[in-house]
Design a protein around this ligand. Structure first.
Ligand code: PMP
Length: 384
């Protein structure tokens, strides 16, 4: 039998991610890349120095499977300080090579053939393939356009005896919406008397605007006891290329999580873990991040005011959604491509974040960029 017929794709509907596609298209057309979510400015030089220091010290071999203990302790201390929740660094904190890895390992540890997983969409594009690769079925709830709020009574109707997990994400990619304390209480309530596990993607926990406080699931004891929380140093320290993050979860969930993690990666890279353990003492680095990005959000919004794009609310993350219904009736993918070709600004069409490819004529722009980059992009966008 030919290989082409014997290797049957486990993900027949999945191609190359839109992030790679749009980034390549941006390069091809010499466009400003506001598509993929990464900063175009550098991380703190002290952080690089610390990594270099530990590399020179010879900390270049495998880290312990759950992560360097010093870093796990620093994370537990930070979590207790900002959220008041205690996680045991030995048994409840795990360092991972990026949040994407953590999401996959968590889903793999919990979801079995035939299990259902509720996702709130538009959502980060790794969730659904991870569920499917593990034999699960994703059950989709569409956030209410245009403010992307959740009606928890409707979510409750999606939960049944087959539901094993619900995945939430706050602040949310791609919408910039955040879940409030009221949302969390409602979620807690609808999960009462179920054994549903919460996978809470909180990679943008330190990027939240307008004086709102991040509502981590760990603030809600009834949620915390059934949750795996995923965080990423990439977003907080402008180091997306370093692929380092961590997972907080009660011992029982951590034990199962680590069983999978140890065979997916075994451990994350060592010198950066030692560096992060030291750098976490610099509280200002994460406490000032919301203000830093809020200024960028405001600046970008100001620059495109008066354009034909509709500025949607952005309460957190580093993504700004822009509606283009006044400009054209083109499909969002086509318009995003044309905007890249003709106006030299690359974005992400939001329909790709929906199972049904729901198209609300909205594009996602990443504003984690130098002001000059934002100015150049805005100069083009106001011409559209
Ligand atoms: N979750 C969300 C919501 C994200 O936006 C991203 C990064 N784009 C990730 C997870 C993955 O983070 P990492 O780069 O640490 O794998």
């Amino acid at each position: 039998m030919e290989l082409a017929t014997s290797v049957k794709s486990k993900l027949p509907h999945v191609g190359t991610t839109i992030f790679s596609v749009m980034s390549a298209y941006a390069t091809e057309h010499n466009a400003i890349n506001l598509a993929q979510g990464f900063p175009d400015f550098n991380c703190a030089p002290e952080l690089v120095e610390l990594v270099y220091k530990y590399m020179k010290q010879g900390l270049n071999q495998y880290a312990p499977m759950p992560g360097v203990l010093k870093l796990r302790e620093a994370i537990a201390a930070k979590t207790q300080e900002i959220y008041g929740t205690v996680y045991n660094p030995e048994t409840e904190v795990t360092i991972v090579p990026g949040a994407t890895h953590a999401l996959y390992a968590a889903i793999s540890a919990i979801v079995r053939e035939g299990d259902e997983v509720v996702v709130l969409e538009p959502c980060y594009d790794s969730y659904v393939p991870a569920i499917e690769l593990n034999g699960g079925r994703s059950v989709h709830y569409e956030l209410k356009f245009p403010d992307y709020k959740v009606d928890w009574d409707e979510v409750k109707r999606l939960i049944n005896f087959k539901t094993k997990m619900i995945i939430i994400n706050t602040p949310q990619n791609p919408t910039g919406a955040v879940l409030t304390a009221d949302d969390m209480q409602k979620l807690s309530k609808i999960l009462e008397n179920t054994d549903v596990v919460v996978l809470s993607d909180e990679v943008y926990e330190h990027i939240i605007f307008d004086k709102q406080a991040h509502q981590s699931v760990c603030l809600f004891p009834k949620l915390a006891e059934r949750s795996l929380i995923v965080s990423s140093f990439g977003k907080t320290y402008h180091t997306t290329g370093w692929k380092l993050g961590y997972v907080l979860a009660p011992e029982l969930l951590t034990k199962e999580f680590r069983k999978v993690h140890q065979f997916m990666a075994f451990c994350a890279n060592s010198p950066i873990q030692y560096a992060m353990a030291d750098y976490l003492a610099n509280k200002d680095a994460y406490l000032s991040l919301s203000a830093f990005y809020e200024e960028k959000r405001n600046y970008f919004q100001k620059l495109i005011q008066g354009s034909n794009f509709k500025i949607l609310a952005c309460s957190g993350s580093y993504f700004q959604l822009l509606g283009y219904g006044k400009i054209t009736h083109e499909r969002d993918i086509d318009f995003a491509m044309r905007l890249t070709r003709e106006y030299k600004v690359a974005s992400i069409p939001t329909s790709v974040f929906y199972q049904k490819k729901t198209d609300n004529s909205v594009l996602r722009f990443c504003f984690a960029k130098n002001n000059e980059t934002l100015e150049k992009a805005a100069e083009m966008l106001i011409k559209v």
